[in-house]
Design a protein around this ligand. Structure first.
Ligand code: NAP
Length: 263
């Protein structure tokens, strides 16, 4: 497949690298910044462009990996060039409705890799769940063939399922990481290294292997150990924001595990 990559950020970099690794041809890389497009294009053996009107009409697949808020704008700009070609975006949160911005495009779809990508950090793409959807069944099958070259975890999902996957990802990744930040700042104030928490964090994730987070929940909230909860809230005096998070989480754990301690 000849593929044009629109975007030169985290996802474009990881996806482009893997596509080339499995023998696909990335023909162009677009970024508004020519140095950024050039850097990625060079690594992928592609041609850099910084103007969407210079986009080739000869690719088989156009992958839009730009900020969610810029997808519609990009679609409008490329609509006339790529009119009968397959165009996908990589966003978990953006519904297929976004393609209405370019009504002439009919071969549209989504190629959402469910992972957290940072340019500089290596990711084992072969394990990344790739969530696919497409307006046309044949295109969906083509996307599936491509995705299976990149990963063993390929799923055909509806728009609604993808929206829930993305929301779940925010809970388990973004929010969890923010809780790590809070733990980090609490320890920093005590002049203790965050690394002390790493074995605990790693075991927390390792225990999820059974796919039943509810069964492995520990801590004062699930035990119904409310004197400890009160002590923690007192420790957080002066940090109303953290008390609020602590209360909300505790209340929710209590409610989810109510059957553990009400009888
Ligand atoms: N990062 C993740 O973990 C992850 C995972 C799965 C899916 N996604 C999705 O993948 C897409 C890209 O995310 P990312 O993390 O790769 O983002 P990113 O690293 O921030 O890169 C975003 C790209 O969007 C381009 N861009 C921003 N505004 C633009 C505009 N108005 N017109 C044209 N291009 C514009 C940037 O262009 P310049 O190069 O010109 O600055 C950059 O190349 C998003 O839809 C995101 O939801 C992200």
């Amino acid at each position: 497949m000849k593929i044009a990559l629109i975007g030169a950020g985290n996802v474009a970099t990881h996806l482009g690298t893997k596509l080339v690794e499995v023998g696909e041809e990335v023909v162009q890389v677009y970024s508004r910044s020519l140095p950024k497009a050039t850097e990625l294009a060079k690594a992928l053996g592609a041609r850099p462009i910084d103007d969407l009107y210079g986009l080739t009409a000869k690719a088989d697949l156009y992958i839009i990996a730009v900020h969610d808020s810029a997808i519609a704008e990009v679609l409008k700009k490329i609509e006339e060039i790529v009119v009968d070609k397959m165009v996908v975006h990589t966003s978990g949160a953006t519904p297929a409705k976004v393609f209405e911005a370019a009504p002439d495009l009919v071969r549209t779809g989504v190629f959402y890799p469910l992972q957290t990508f940072t340019k500089e950090r290596k990711v084992d793409f072969s394990e990344v769940p790739i969530c696919l959807s497409a307006a046309d069944e044949t295109d969906l099958n083509l996307l599936e063939l491509l995705a299976l070259k990149l990963s063993t975890n390929v799923y055909k999902v509806t728009d609604a399922q993808r929206a829930w996957l993305h929301l779940s990802a925010v809970f388990v990744n973004n929010f969890t990481n923010h809780l790590f930040e809070i733990g980090h700042s609490c320890l920093k104030k005590q002049k203790l290294p965050f690394e002390m928490l790493l074995p605990l964090i790693q075991e927390t994730v390792a225990k999820l292997d059974g796919g039943q987070p509810k069964l492995v929940q520990t801590g004062p909230a699930v035990r119904g150990d409310f004197s400890t909860v009160e002590r923690h809230l007192t420790q957080l005096n002066g940090r109303g924001d953290l008390q609020e998070i602590y209360r909300v989480m505790t209340k929710h754990i209590k409610r989810t595990h109510a059957d553990n301690w009400t009888h």
